[in-house]
Design a protein around this ligand. Structure first.
Ligand code: NAD
Length: 415
């Protein structure tokens, strides 16, 4: 039976809570999401008929500040998945030390079957009805199948509702209306910084001899692919998307691959490559495997057979808890999502700060701050990893949970 993302997240929490001997009162708070909003979204389709969609927003914890987390549009969105993603956001913002809690949202829909005008109407209706968005309460951002244009509609809808332009209500906006330089590629950029720190600490090379396989070629996957290719000349041997993957043991040109993907809508059939399935990609012999698509990709079967040396999680929740155990036994290190892909939310934090100050930074400042904050977070986790002799994910949880627990204790329970 397939384990759900929420059960997976709770298994990770239980492991860390046992390790920390966490106060049971704190544990019960962390195991329950603060708020769950589910709304019915009627929109008029272009053919004149009304159709109803379901929208979800889960606020997991606001103990450390306003809640932060993306909104995804996908036919397989479930409440269980959104709860898990909201929980992971609480952990992520805490591990990185951002003054936020965690949230996540989604609309159950297939955006490929909707026109751009229908997507706009759906986004505006969702923003109005979900009722939690505000710069001081709950700040959304892009996730799977959502982009800067959708964030612009969220900003505009909220602003119309409150009667004033509110830039800080959402991040991942276009630059012209309060977006931050570097936000589009910040998750990939952050992954690169984390990989560089990891290689420094473990005395590994990141150069033309380094082989890399990447699952998913969207915002996260294509950005990290380009950075590794351009900055370190790494050999990207396999890349995939939902239609399948491409493989070349000698490495591929990531700029050409992006052009091909933009022209054809998929990475498959890229010149000079052979087809590889998503499952085979996850098992490839390589120095780094980067899952950058969806949850639950690395199951026990993959964990038992993969020949990757290290896994860097670009996606949220790509590895099952049971698979984690197998990977640990096989000495395959997993740099967890809540650290590895935290560049996106960190740059979102910069965007929010810039919006609230109405003072905008240049790209050098954004990248400098991003590197500084992520290197610091990596260091905190690495120290915990060495001190507690546990796996990397658990070390990140120990850092994250301790900070949330402290905030809950200091604030106390109202009333
Ligand atoms: P995206 O929609 O831009 O890209 C998703 C990619 O995954 C696409 O290439 C798609 O074809 C591929 N894909 C979908 N289903 C697949 C499958 N079954 N097998 C293989 N490939 C598949 O999404 P994104 O923003 O790049 O997000 C990807 C992951 O990274 C998600 O888990 C998301 O939560 C996480 N994440 C995103 C950000 C961000 O800033 N966008 C930040 C942190 C984490």
């Amino acid at each position: 039976m397939e384990i759900s993302p929420w059960d997976n997240a709770m298994a990770q929490l239980d492991k860390a809570a046992d390790f920390l001997n966490l106060n049971k009162d704190i544990l019960v708070i962390l195991k329950n999401c603060e708020r769950i909003n589910i709304v019915n979204l009627p929109i008029r389709r272009d053919n004149g008929k009304i159709e109803c969609f379901t929208g979800i927003r889960v606020l997991h914890s606001s103990a450390r500040g306003p809640t932060k987390g993306g909104v995804r549009f996908h036919p397989q969105v479930t409440l269980d998945e959104v709860k898990a993603l909201a929980f992971w956001m609480s952990m992520k913002t805490s591990v990185v030390g951002l003054p936020y809690g965690g949230a996540k949202g989604g609309i159950i829909c297939n955006p490929q079957e909707l026109s751009i005008n229908e997507i706009e109407r759906l986004t505006r209706r969702y923003t109005s009805m979900i009722g939690t968005f505000s710069p001081w309460r709950d700040i959304p951002a892009p996730d799977v199948n959502t982009n800067s244009q959708i964030m612009a509609w969220i900003m505009d809808t909220y602003s119309m509702n409150v009667g004033e332009t509110s830039l800080g209500v959402v991040t991942g906006k276009p630059i012209d209306i309060g977006g931050s330089l570097g936000r589009e590629t910040a998750t990939g950029q952050g992954m690169l910084y984390i990989m560089e720190e990891f290689c420094k600490k473990t005395k590994q090379k990141l150069d033309s001899s380094t082989t890399i396989a990447i699952q998913g070629f969207g915002n996260v996957g294509s950005a990290i692919a380009r950075f590794l290719y351009e900055r370190h000349n790494c050999k990207i041997v396999a890349v995939s998307d939902e239609k399948g993957g491409v493989y070349n043991p000698d490495g591929m040109d990531m700029i050409e691959l992006k052009n091909h993907e933009q022209k054809t809508g998929s990475v498959v059939e890229f010149d000079g490559t052979t087809f590889i399935s998503n499952e085979d990609l996850l098992r490839l012999k390589c120095d780094f495997l980067l899952p950058c698509a969806l949850e639950n990709q690395i199951n026990d079967k993959i964990a038992e057979t993969t020949e990757a040396k290290t896994i860097i999680e670009g996606a949220n929740g790509p590895t099952l808890s049971s698979a984690d155990k197998i990977l640990e036994e096989r000495d395959i290190i997993v740099v967890p999502d809540i650290l590895a892909n935290a560049g996106g939310v960190t740059c979102s934090y910069f965007e929010w700060v810039q919006d609230l100050h109405s003072f905008f930074w240049d790209l050098d400042r954004v990248n400098h701050e991003l590197k500084r904050i992520l290197a610091h977070a990596f260091d905190d986790v690495y120290k915990m990893y060495e001190k507690e002799k546990t796996d990397f994910r658990n070390a990140a949880y120990l850092v994250g949970i301790a900070r949330i627990a402290r905030a809950i204790e200091l604030r106390g329970i109202y009333p």
